[in-house]
Write a protein that binds this ligand. Structure first.
Ligand SMILES: Cc1cc2nc3c(=O)[nH]c(=O)nc-3n(C[C@H](O)[C@H](O)[C@H](O)COP(=O)(O)OP(=O)(O)OC[C@H]3O[C@@H](n4cnc5c(N)ncnc54)[C@H](O)[C@@H]3O)c2cc1C
Length: 293
């Protein structure tokens, strides 16, 4: 997917006035009131009115701008792999909340699924290191054979799970987007989507601005908008995650009753679904559902 996305972006860039420079940022100067300068690893210096930091979880730009973060470790790992179940995924994302953490099957082309299995550190190590046959058997068992046996699987990798958020999404002449601003639990597969929403929100504010693109007023609007949306998302996700950690009665009965009522609700269920896939709230214009004229 990433390959296709990056390919499409490169293609689009070719038809714009943008210049792609094949170098990384070595240093960001402390911005002055009107501009910010970055030094690339090829020695070149670039000066602009606004620097958009999309440099990921360990953002060097965020660090150099001295923007603090809050971080919470889940003391778990996510195991990822591409697998092929015997039954077709029906272009549906399947998810199950196991006692150790959620497992998600996200539909890919040709009947394959991308899986994200959140689990304890020791178990994650076993899943990565066990034989392919053992892994496929265990995977088929945990989803109760819903998708049939697992007939093929790729190499497996694991990542530490943590939630992280910049205390502000902006600095002087700097806007953070994507994982540079926030990293969430991958249980709903929403990390990249939130980053795309950041980019669209910032683009929208910039399109509506006629003068200085890095003005404090514009950056503060971006910060308030996106930080409140991501906070709301993180809170909803944390509530869901906490609910599914309950493993004893009567808590599990209460959860079962709640989920069954929710499933029948014609008002709350659609709203909650839209919230978890990021299609409700204060959305950038380009993410809003199309309405017929
Ligand atoms: C296990 C796991 C599963 C996930 N599953 C999903 C999913 O199913 N769906 C989903 O939407 N999200 C998912 N995510 C989240 C998603 O991967 C991230 O949210 C997304 O990749 C963040 O994109 P980004 O561009 O902000 O950062 P990154 O993808 O980290 O990209 C940052 C880029 O900046 C570059 N960079 C860094 N420093 C410099 C520098 N100094 N100069 C120049 N370039 C630099 C890096 O090389 C990198 O290319 C998952 C995450 C994990 C850990």
């Amino acid at each position: 997917e990433n390959q296709h996305l990056v390919g499409a972006l490169h293609k689009r860039l070719g038809s714009t006035a943008a210049t792609l420079i094949n170098a990384s940022i070595a240093h960001t100067s402390l911005p002055d009131l009107t501009s910010v300068t970055v030094t690339l690893n090829n020695g070149e210096k670039l000066t602009a009115q606004l620097l958009v930091a999309a440099d990921g979880t360990d953002s060097g730009i965020r660090r150099q701008a001295q923007i603090d973060i809050s971080r919470r470790d889940f003391h778990q790992q996510a195991v990822i792999a591409t697998v092929k179940p015997a039954r077709n995924h029906q272009h549906t994302a399947w998810q199950k909340f196991l006692p150790g953490g959620p497992i998600a099957f996200l539909p890919l082309a040709d009947g394959y699924c991308s899986i994200v299995w959140s689990t304890g550190i020791e178990h994650a190590g076993q899943l990565v290191n066990q034989s392919d046959a053992d892994f496929r058997r265990e995977l088929g068992d945990v989803i109760d054979g819903r998708l049939g046996v697992i007939t093929d699987s790729s190499a497996r990798f694991s990542f530490p799970l943590f939630q992280q958020q910049a205390r502000r999404y902006v600095g002087n002449r700097i806007a953070l987007i994507g994982d540079a601003a926030h990293r969430i639990h991958p249980l709903a597969g929403m990390g990249a989507n939130l980053g795309i929403a950041d980019a669209l929100a910032l683009a929208e504010l910039l399109a509506d601005q006629t003068d200085d693109p890095g003005s404090p007023a514009l950056l503060n609007r971006y910060d308030r908008w996106r930080r409140s949306e991501v906070n709301a998302y993180m809170t909803a996700q944390e509530m869901l995650r906490s609910c599914y950690r309950w493993s004893v009665r009567p808590a599990t009965d209460v959860r079962g009753l709640g989920v069954s009522m929710l499933n029948k609700s014609v008002i709350v269920k659609p709203e909650l679904l839209l919230r978890t896939i990021g299609l409700t709230g204060n959305l950038p214009r380009l993410m809003q559902p199309m309405t017929s004229a």
